[in-house]
Design a protein around this ligand. Sequence first.
Ligand code: ZN
Length: 287
Amino acid sequence: MDYLQKAYCMNQSVRIYAAITTEMTSYAQNIFNMWPSSADAFGRLLTISSIMSATYKANETLNIIVKGDGPIGKMTVEARDCKVRGFVSNPGVFLQNTNGTINITKAVGAGEIEIIKDLHMRAPFSSSCEIIQGDIANDFTYYFAKSEQIPSSVGLGVSIDPETNKIIASGGFLIQIMPGCKDEYITKLEEKLSSLKPTTEMIKEGYTPLDIINEITDGDYVLLETKELKYECNCSKDRFKNGLKSLGKVELENILNEDHKVDITCNFCNKKYTFDENELKEIILEL
Ligand code: ZN
């Protein structure tokens, strides 16, 4: 099970969220048949998106879009109440660094991150900032500082077996400094972070969310809550039926006469829905 743990440290002036997301990253890799660079970048994005959704209320939807000019193209994630779903333009990207490790910064490229928050009370609120590195972690650290004015630190990692392309582990953390945090705490935290073990290494070694929190705080924390995280798509045949209805009678009659059926694949979970001749006729009759 993927899950997140939230803790306070430094006299409640620093908040830490740590998550293990191996199942959601593996699930996405399987349904989209992702190559290493795509799986690594998308796994990181799923992780930070699920952590971000845990910082919002349950009925708030986040649409997180990373629009890089690298071969992966656009990465989209929808997050709500610790559940995520998403897709990438190109799942088949595998670039390597000179030392043989998986490259994601070139695979993501330059561009911008856009985040649309739908709070269901007023018009959706959108904010954006540029992609500064393409490793997702530093890009979101920058996003929180620039667009949300919350001094933060993000660590993300995906460990992939180079032989089998199987996801070994995936996860990360988000540290947020609360207003009024003492300078000495910030200095202490910065020192700790500069010598912290790389997130990918922690993940690979099988760290739990609590192990990550422990590593960052040297054991000095107060655990607040544990939440399950999940990749989940809420698509249904009914929803796609409504989409077909919106095409209108003439267009649907054309499809019926030419193709006799419609196949629709959900972008978010790759599930296929087929509407046969009889179902199409029924939909037309309902219009
Ligand atoms: Zn779906």
